[in-house]
Design a protein around this ligand. Structure first.
Ligand code: IMP
Length: 174
């Protein structure tokens, strides 16, 4: 049995999204950036962020696989669904839910970097630096979280809990 404990409340998340949006608005005001979200986890953050940004942006999504079923990641990242929009000479901002071991984002940044964008940056809502196995430059960060499996605000365990408005820790219960 799993028990959910709130780690970051919906109010804290809402305030942080507004802060990030202010920062991004200053940096991307006249650049008509292309925001690329990593499915499925980033869809909640992406939709909150673009509505707070209040500047013209284009969005796209890419689907990569890293976690199979359960909590343990697999080592191989393979691209499942690519970017539809041409990114050459565009200001590209990758939107991620959580950077954990770092492999997912590293793979995508390398893949996008080869396609010659005008700029390429990363915005992630959550970061779990204690688990990192590869270096990832985070340009815009919401919250650093401890080494625990978290769900809610788009994040799942076996496709459950994405709908929770707070970020929660799953605790095993006897
Ligand atoms: P990485 O390649 O290890 O950085 O994995 C990143 C991906 O793993 C994220 O996009 C999430 O989909 C998933 N992930 C990592 N940590 C968690 C977690 O605590 N809860 C839910 N999903 C996670």
């Amino acid at each position: 049995m799993n028990k959910l404990k709130v780690l970051i409340t919906r109010e804290e998340i809402e305030r942080k999204v507004a802060e990030l949006a202010d920062e991004l608005r200053r940096d991307y005001q006249d650049k008509h950036p292309l925001l690329i979200g990593i499915l499925k986890g980033s869809f909640v953050f992406m939709s909150d962020l673009i509505r707070k940004l209040n500047i013209p942006v284009e969005i796209d999504f890419v689907k990569l696989s890293s976690y199979g079923a359960g909590k343990e990641p697999s080592d191989k990242i393979k691209q499942v669904q690519g970017v539809k929009t041409s990114i050459k000479d565009r200001h590209v901002l990758v939107i991620e839910d959580i950077v954990d071991r770092g492999r997912t984002v590293r793979f995508l940044l390398d893949y996008l970097g080869r396609r010659k964008p005008a700029s390429l940056k990363l915005c992630t809502m959550f970061d779990k630096p204690s688990r990192r196995v590869t270096e990832v430059p985070i340009d815009y960060l919401g919250f650093t979280v401890p080494d625990a499996f978290v769900v809610g605000y788009g994040l799942d365990l076996n496709e459950e809990f994405r709908y929770l408005p707070d970020l929660c820790v799953l605790e095993d219960q006897e």
